[in-house]
Ligand binder design. Structure first.
Ligand code: TRP
Length: 345
């Protein structure tokens, strides 16, 4: 299994239900690689300042995942840019997909627009190809990702098939694993949870911060008094109750009273605060355990990167052998060697 994220900052509940939860579950079934995709980050954020933040963001993101239940004994974290062999694979895969095919990937246009780009950068158009290199560099079988990445994995499958057709069966055709809940609405009720929009509850938020954010949540705007019947559907407070409250009877009771105009927003939010804090509490405990050992997270990333790189080198060698690239240089070397011997004789 291979999945991961660009190192743009701390993770929030949307990441958790969209992806991290799947990783935690699947890490016991598959050998697991978790990429910190800093080269992908460069497709939209490539200032020196962005790059200088990678190590801190990587550390935060890995700590978030460890807190969420990723076991470093089961999963291997690695930093993409520290494995240059991935770029070599990217170069080789670039010829197995066309520009019009990549232009049809909807998420790329969205990312370009969100980054304020007037025209599509070459690297961003190639985003799914680099992602293909990530997935195939360890011969990934399973790729759990959110909706916005589904089209990328589809490109990966096509490239893997094309490679196998041209050069022999080297790669598995990776399977996409969809998340149970694909997108979590933000606390503002306007768009999906996103750190940059300021509508996120972070996995690292403390209990008081969770309380403040939940109290400030958007609810049914037509409900100006507690005795007015409210709407549960599409109400973010109830979406969170459904996603995080471990007490379904409480949720059912709140919904019923809300619809009947027999419960105030304050109680609904108080109970949501408690539910989200119950949900995050085990993560806080694990986080504290990892934080007590200074440098441990860095060590996990560096050891994982080195372990992954060794695996990738084996796969790259197989790829170049299958394509005949190794052979081209070997022929030249053999002739050069013969020439040298003749001269020396
Ligand atoms: N594209 C992912 C994101 O949206 C990050 C990523 C890069 C990734 N390489 C990957 C995900 C390989 C799964 C597999 O941030």
């Amino acid at each position: 299994m291979l999945t991961g994220d660009r190192p743009t900052g701390k993770l929030h509940l949307g990441h958790f239900v969209g992806s991290i939860e799947n990783r935690v579950r699947l890490q016991h079934e598959y050998e697991t690689f978790l990429i910190i995709a800093d080269l992908h980050m460069l497709t939209t954020r490539n200032t020196r300042k962005d790059i200088d933040e990678v190590s801190r963001n990587a550390r935060d993101m890995v700590l978030d995942q460890l807190s969420a239940g990723i076991d470093p004994e089961h999963a291997t974290f690695y930093l993409q840019s520290a494995i240059p062999e991935v770029c070599e694979l990217n170069t080789l895969f670039q010829n197995l997909v066309t520009v019009p095919r990549l232009e049809r990937v909807p998420s790329l246009k969205d990312m370009a627009r969100a980054a304020g780009k007037v025209e599509m950068p070459y690297g961003l158009l190639g985003y799914p190809v680099l992602q293909t290199a990530d997935i195939l560099c360890v011969k990934g079988d399973i790729v759990p990702v959110g909706k916005d990445n589904h089209a990328h994995v589809e490109v990966t499958r096509e490239v893997a098939r094309r490679f196998n057709f041209l050069y022999g069966e080297v790669f598995p055709i990776p399977e996409l694993v969809e998340s149970q809940i694909t997108t979590l609405i933000g606390t503002d009720g306007q768009s999906k949870m996103s750190k940059s929009l300021g509508n996120a509850i972070m996995l690292s938020d403390d209990a008081a911060t969770v309380r403040r954010k939940v109290i400030g949540m958007y609810t049914d705007p037509n409900r100006v008094r507690a005795d007015i019947p409210g709407t549960v559907e599409g109400n973010p407070v109830f979406a969170y109750h459904d996603a995080f409250n471990d007490d379904p009877a409480e949720v059912a009771d709140l919904k019923e009273r809300y619809r009947a105009g027999r419960v105030g927003d304050v109680e609904v939010k108080d109970r949501l605060t408690s539910a989200v804090n119950r949900y995050l509490e085990p993560m806080r405990e694990r986080r504290a355990g990892f934080e007590r050992q200074s440098g441990l997270v860095d060590e996990i990333i560096v050891d994982g990167t080195e372990r992954t790189r060794r695996e990738v080198q084996v796969v790259l060698a197989e790829v170049k052998r299958a394509m005949g690239i190794t052979g081209s240089y070997n022929q030249l070397r053999r002739k050069a060697e013969q020439a040298r011997k003749r001269r020396d004789a």
